[in-house]
Write a protein of this length. Structure first.
Length: 167
């Protein structure tokens, strides 16, 4: 299955973590990679590290805001893809958190994502892709697409990110 969690609402990473927990609970081995988040010890990172150990890779460099930062972000994406290469044969599910944000920022190519999809389809492996801005071509290829829409968020009223809620 190719599963996509997208949209502008909060909860795409949470959905990906939930999918990983469901799979693990059913004995499905997986690896989880965060393409954009840095190792800031967010709640899900702490939990996943305990649960997955060396099957978790937090490869991001944080938010991509300045064009001069493109090389370091592209390098981080390439490191994530290289890490996946070392894991993909031994697991039944690949979870690629925030890969779609990386795609939207042109840090990963359509071809690189399609290579992951092709590998997973050919080898009967599940692939979870999350992030804002899922392109139409991906939503067409996916087996499951969930769009998470923001209705209301406290940050729009100036409330800072809350530990255990946003991180």
């Amino acid at each position: 299955m190719i599963i996509v969690y997208t949209g502008n609402g909060k909860g795409k990473t949470s959905a990906s973590v939930g999918q990983a927990i469901r799979a693990l609970g059913n004995g499905i081995p997986l690896c989880f990679v965060q393409f954009m988040k840095s190792d800031v010890q967010a709640g899900e990172q702490i939990f996943l590290q305990q649960l997955l150990q060396d099957n978790l890779y937090i490869g991001g460099k944080g938010f991509f805001r300045k064009e001069e930062e493109r090389p370091k972000h592209r390098e981080a994406v390439l490191a994530c893809l290289k890490w996946i290469e070392t894991k993909k044969e031994t697991v039944s599910m690949l979870v690629c958190d925030e890969i779609l944000y990386a795609y939207h920022a042109k840090l990963i190519s359509k071809e690189e994502i399609e290579n992951l999809i092709s590998f997973c389809r050919a080898n009967k492996k599940h692939l979870v892709l999350s992030g804002r801005y899922a392109p139409d071509w991906l939503m067409e290829q996916a087996d499951i697409v969930s769009e998470i829409q923001e209705i209301k968020h406290a940050c729009s009223k100036g409330v800072p990110a809350q530990k255990g809620i946003e991180f």
